[in-house]
Write a protein that binds this ligand. Structure first.
Ligand code: NAG
Ligand code: NAG
Ligand code: NAG
Length: 507
């Protein structure tokens, strides 16, 4: 106070400007040496079962969620149901082992009723005009493709499958499966309508959790959104050397509060809260469209229903995605924390072509620019594609960031590496990789996902610290910055909160 009194009015203005620019620098808009040091808020507004498995605990018939693969072994003939030729044909029961044609993907209607999708993507139905023969010929399922799966209360793996005509499926002979059994003769090995079911776990994402809970989903999700990440977490993040959060969201957030079924309204209000807390604790926000309509990679984290990748195969999925970008950019354009928007996380080659993603990114950039001239536009490299393939596009547009994800996982050679080999890999191979995508006049680079985890068993805390330091040193060279995957996770090393609290990582 005393100091200011002695200054002229012009000097006061100067000091204010300096203060403002310091504030701005910590907010990252103007200083070219500024780097994002972010953490992903994975599993919050977009469910990933492995991050918080307990979210699924209350689901009835959890092994029959959307995308689970069911295999049915007839107790009378001892062989598996199979979609002959993979689909478009009859269902038979003559396979001694189960693989693709013998696996039926669940589309869940509710906790008792299901549709079953075969290898070539048709649905199982009953031909009531032809002796109730069971076949898989319909591409768009309806009531005639909806079956009730009835479990034996003494042995949950024994099931009967009730067809829409009111009768149970039965195996008459290995080549003849019909829906005409009245089902009143117990659960023994001589009952041709009894099957032993084996469920192969599918993705556990937003579609599975919301559709799995059905009418209870709204309550469960709202509870999750308000407890999994809170204001305290933003405080912790800001106090531990980080300056930003990357927040994965799903496309349905744009139709909040009434998104299409089975999605639940309310994630938008949670994102609004995130912006409010970000402002309070001086954090930047990267909004990351992690799940696009139809799914851009078939994984649970893009909310695929059954592992299929449909994004980009029709113009409408792309237009719908641009509308989501439009909505999010418009909503947050004036918010001082809104630093960047990622147009699409991890589209996967070859399911998503380079042409499709390039055109979408170009259009998406334009959509963002309608609302903001400063927001960075992040373009994620396609998985399993050349990491330089977006460089020319990125160079032709302003304030573009290329996102690359670096995990020392998901390949056999990583599983065989020692601690030192992992560290060398980061220092040499990753370093070379990052250099090829970080060009002087090209787009900025973001290591938008990495984790201090590996396949080394018995690694010590010091090993983790060395690995973490090597990764931090390298990713600090990315010209936009980096983001750890993820903030909270039941798997300790995948939780940056846990890693910081336990001294495994220091930012
Ligand atoms: C489940 O769906 C089926 C088919 O639409 C319907 O007949 C049945 O009443 C539903 N059951 C429950 C518990 O909602
Ligand atoms: C199963 O039955 C179908 C239909 O009769 C037949 O085409 C197929 O060859 C049989 N497969 C085996 C393994 O017996
Ligand atoms: C890492 O780089 C070295 C040196 O270029 C190379 O010999 C090695 O094969 C690379 N490792 C992997 C797993 O690609």
């Amino acid at each position: 106070m005393a100091l200011i009194i002695m200054l002229s009015r012009r000097q006061v203005v100067c000091i204010l400007i300096i203060c403002c620019s310091v504030f701005h620098n910590t907010y990252g808009r103007s200083d070219p040496s500024f780097r994002v040091k972010a953490v992903n808020l994975g599993g919050w507004l977009l469910t990933e079962g492995w991050i918080k498995p307990s979210l699924f605990d209350g689901i009835v018939n959890r092994d029959f969620m959307d995308g689970a693969g069911l295999q049915f072994k007839s107790v009378t003939v001892g062989k598996y149901l199979s979609a002959e030729l993979g689909g478009g044909n009859i269902i038979v029961a003559n396979r001694t082992s189960a693989s693709g044609w013998e696996t039926f993907a669940v589309w869940r209607i509710n906790e008792t009723s299901y549709q079953l999708r075969v290898f070539n993507k048709q649905f199982v139905g009953v031909d009531t005009d032809a002796n109730n023969v069971v076949s898989a010929t319909t591409v768009v399922p309806g009531d005639s493709q909806t079956f009730q799966i009835v479990r034996n209360s003494d042995d949950a793996n024994r099931v009967k499958i009730k067809a829409p005509n009111g009768f149970f499926l039965q195996v008459r002979r290995e080549e003849i499966v019909t829906a005409d059994y009245d089902g009143e003769s117990g659960w023994g090995d001589s009952n041709p309508s009894v099957f032993v079911v084996n469920s192969i776990r599918g993705g556990q994402g937003e579609f599975q959790v919301t559709n799995g809970y059905g009418p209870r989903a709204a309550q469960v999700m709202k509870e999750h959104w308000t407890t999994f990440i809170t204001e305290e977490d933003f405080k912790f993040i800001s106090e531990n050397g980080l300056n930003a959060v990357r927040i994965p969201v799903g496309w349905w957030i744009a139709s909040d509060p009434t998104p299409p079924k089975p999605y639940i309204g309310g994630s938008l209000a949670a994102l609004d809260n995130a912006f409010m807390w970000a402002k309070k604790y001086r954090l930047l926000v990267i909004v990351d469209l992690h799940a696009a309509p139809g799914s851009q990679n078939g994984n649970e984290h893009s909310a695929s229903r059954d592992g299929s990748l449909e994004w980009g195969k029709t113009e409408s999925t792309i237009q719908q995605t641009l509308d989501v970008i439009d909505f999010l950019s418009a909503r947050y354009a004036k918010d001082p924390s809104f630093y960047a928007i990622e147009l699409l996380n991890e589209p996967t080659a070859p399911g998503v072509s380079l042409d499709t993603v390039t055109k979408y990114y170009r259009d998406g950039h334009q959509v963002v620019r309608k609302h903001s001239s400063t927001t960075f536009v992040i373009m994620c490299n396609r998985l399993s594609a050349d990491n330089t393939e977006l460089l020319s596009l990125g160079s032709s547009l302003d304030r573009v960031v290329i996102d690359v994800h670096y995990y020392n996982l998901y390949a056999d050679y990583f599983d065989r590496m020692t601690v030192q080999q992992h560290i060398d890999y980061v220092n040499n191979n990753r370093s070379a990789e990052l250099s090829t995508v970080t060009t002087s006049n090209g787009p900025l680079t973001l290591v938008g996902e990495w984790v201090n985890e590996w396949g080394v068993s018995g690694a010590t805390k010091e090993d983790y610290q060395r690995f973490g330091s090597a990764q931090l040193a390298l990713y600090g060279r990315a010209t936009f910055g980096w983001a750890y995957w993820t903030y909270k996770n039941v798997n300790q090393h995948w939780s940056l909160e846990w890693m910081i609290k336990n001294g495994y990582i220091k930012i």
